[in-house]
Design a protein around this ligand. Structure first.
Ligand code: UD1
Ligand code: CA
Length: 459
């Protein structure tokens, strides 16, 4: 029978010193508790319940729309057992195993959850828990065993005797229970040093009920890493980044100075992608085979097809770059910038909601907003689409093989038909017919001998 997972995430997180609830702090672009939720579902959970406290409404909204996910609120933080008890209304009729994890330890692995469920079932135990051995067990609950190695209880740091403090086997806080959990939770009291309802007291309660306590030991102490402060958040981020980089390198991605490259779990990379130092890849960015991204480029929710090239210091957001197209260095592709195959965008060119057709070029210093540029057209340096009249945005439509001379302003709405030619420095506010030359600037006048006269050198 499939299991359920309860994630305890009602703690205050005061050490983060933030207005944002701790469990919503982003870790590689994804909220902390999102890792626990994804791990829970990946383990095959039928239902997932998150116990939230501080900022409950905000947490709920962040994950709205997840099926089989519910939230319960723990109004007062009276301890981990009390937190778990809040999930009872949702799971009272659930007959399968119930896994409990902590919302601030995002590195807990899927296999840890599944092997706890397996162990509970195989050993017909009432409760199964994870344990670890640490050089320095300070702060964690210590596991007490009898001479036969049977687990007797957990003792919290605050309540431990000096002899118990020396125990190196600890409780990482990940458990699995049978369906009698809710009955047993009622027996937990708060007579301890912290005056809290301790969840690990269930060990003693299950044992007193004559049920077996099973355990599995994990060697991966990295799984334990919890986030209580900004520094720990950065540490966990470092671990996750290393995992991600190793994963993609094993898939054939070349990273130059990998430790300088930032990428998020939602990013997808094909073999033979090359990433130069300082590259930042965020959101649903997808890079095709052989794509090269130059140093310090930032790509957010951007697709680059096989063989596309993003040169250094280019910033792209919601952009699409087709095969053989390239952008940068120092280009800016804003949402809905679209380069068709072989299109080229050079330095200090900004595109927003603009499409460059096959082989079209905007080599330097231009702004193309709400524009369509036909294939093989050339946009000169300094060309600006004046797309905004102070109230509304207007479109600029440029046909095929059009030449727009440097420093021209195209005042939208405007249409330049195929093969049109705009003379440099023009202010264009009327459509240009196919094949026509448009020139819209003051005619030049040369005044002979002017300079000499001005200097008083009369002949
Ligand atoms: C807990 C365990 C300890 C274990 C450690 C592992 C208890 C009493 N102790 O201690 O044995 O070694 O985890 O990390 O359980 N929470 C609530 N509501 C509350 C209190 C806590 O939702 O009233 C949540 C927190 O948000 C957190 C989790 O439960 O995600 C653990 O709480 P925390 O206070 O961090 O427990 P520890 O002192 O670390
Ligand atoms: Ca903790």
């Amino acid at each position: 029978m499939a299991h359920a997972v309860v994630i305890l995430a009602a703690g205050l997180g005061t050490r983060m010193k933030s207005r944002l609830p701790k469990v919503l702090h982003p870790l590689l672009g994804k909220p902390l508790v999102g890792y626990c939720i994804d791990t829970a579902f990946a383990s095959g959970a039928e239902k997932v319940v998150v116990v939230v406290g501080h900022g409950a409404e905000q947490v709920r909204q962040t994950f709205a729309g997840y099926p089989n996910l519910s939230f319960v609120v723990q109004e007062q933080q009276l301890g981990t057992a009390h937190a778990l008890a809040q999930a009872q209304p949702v799971l009272a009729d659930f007959q399968g195993p119930i896994v409990v994890t902590q919302g601030d330890t995002p590195l807990t692995r899927v296999e840890t959850l599944t092997s706890l469920v397996d162990t509970l079932q195989k050993e017909r135990a009432g409760m199964a828990l994870l344990t670890m051995r640490l050089e320095d067990p300070t702060g964690y609950g210590r596991i007490l065993r009898d001479e036969q190695g049977q687990i007797l209880a957990n003792v919290e740091q605050k309540d431990a005797t000096p002899a118990e403090l020396a125990i190196q086997e600890i409780n990482p806080g990940v458990y699995c229970f049978d369906a009698s959990l809710w009955e047993k939770l009622k027996l937990v009291d708060n007579r301890n040093a912290a005056g809290e309802y301790y969840l690990p007291d269930l060990i003693r309660i299950y044992r007193e009920a004559g049920q077996k306590i099973a355990s599995i030991e994990s060697k991966d102490t990295g799984e334990l890493l919890g986030v209580n402060s900004r520094a720990q958040l950065a540490q966990v981020e470092r671990v996750l980044l290393e995992r991600l980089r190793s994963h993609w390198m094993a898939q054939g991605v070349r990273m130059i100075q990998p430790e300088t490259i930032y990428l998020e779990p939602s990013v997808e990379l094909a073999p033979d992608v090359t990433l130069w130092p300082g590259v930042i890849l965020r959101g649903h960015t997808r890079l095709g085979e052989g794509v090269e991204v130059g140093a310090y480029a930032v790509l957010i929710d951007t697709v680059v097809e096989a063989g596309g090239k993003i040169k250094s210091h280019t910033v792209c957001e919601e952009a699409y770059v087709s095969s053989g197209a390239d952008a940068g260095p120092f280009a800016r592709l804003r949402p809905k910038a679209h380069l068709e195959p072989g299109a080229h965008v050079g330095n200090f060119v900004e595109l927003k909601n603009a499409r460059l057709g096959r082989g079209a070029k905007a080599g330097h210093l231009a702004y193309l907003g709400d524009a369509e540029v036909g294939e093989e057209s050339n946009i000169g340096a300094g060309v600006i689409t004046a797309n905004y009249d102070g109230q509304r945005k207007h479109k600029t439509i440029i046909g095929k093989r059009v030449f727009v001379g440097s420093n021209s302003v195209l005042i939208a709405p405007i249409r330049l038909e195929d093969d049109a030619f705009v003379a440099g420095g023009s202010g264009i506010n009327q459509d240009v017919p196919a094949g026509a030359l448009a020139i819209a600037r003051e005619r030049q006048r040369n005044i002979e001998g002017y300079v000499k006269r001005k200097r008083g050198e009369t002949q």
